[in-house]
Write a protein that binds this ligand. Sequence first.
Ligand code: G3H
Ligand code: ZN
Length: 286
Amino acid sequence: SFVNGNEIFTAARKGHYAVGAFNTNNLEWTRAILKAAQEKNTPVLIQVSMGAAKYMGDYKLVKSLVENEMRVMNITVPVVMHLDHGNYEAAKECIEAGYTSVMFDGHDLPFEENLEKTKEIVALAHAKNISVEAEVGSIGGEEDGIIGEGELADVEEAKKIAATGVDYLACGIGNIHGKYPANWKGLHFDRLKELADVIEPPLVLHGGSGIPQEQVVKAIKMGISKVNINTECQLAFAAATRKYIEAGKDQQGKGYDPRKLLADGAQAITDTVEEIIDWLGTPAVK
Ligand code: G3H
Ligand code: ZN
């Protein structure tokens, strides 16, 4: 069933492990993520960006797709239905649509406005038992039109945003959306420590794809409880689909049937999600 994110991530921070937040894009993605979480018997967060929701239809459609897949697949693990990098309007729409968690990403607003709008979203969401993620500093790179400079989160600003009552906080610590450049300097652990020392809510690591495993594990030990993954699943899907076609399997029998053509790619997403759940140390539910 759908649960809000608060309990899951608060327990994760206390237990020094993380729970994965995986972006969905379509039916295959949704099913592949749910399948992995069920096989691992761990909680999972399925998130949709504004761009992916538009591609799929709208926020309501995404929620009903996830909900109906959970029913058909007999999913028993806790699932959080989350809006990823939402603007003010999108966050409000998802609160209306019954998401159990929303991210309000105000990183591109003047700080005072980010703070005010975060407060408003927290009030609206909490009245319906929905969790809220906010952002301080910014995530470098680009994801679905969300562009960031990669500025480090300011500790004083992070404290002010945390005081609004947000349930978890995304902070810029040198992380980047999409592929990491060859000259990337790694996560900024000093800033993460300064933040984790004074910020009580669980911290969120965006741009989780392509960070060396040791760095992710170290960040989790220091207070990261939610790790966002999108690109890694896209790369796995694309590579497996390419392999299928390059092997000529689409030419054999009814290999061109989309249910066959996309099956290896979907399985590659499931395998990737399962591997990531292992490194995040997400414990199985009882
Ligand atoms: O919000 C989603 C994530 O931050 C995904 O980043 O595509 O680099 O894994 P990624
Ligand atoms: Zn992100």
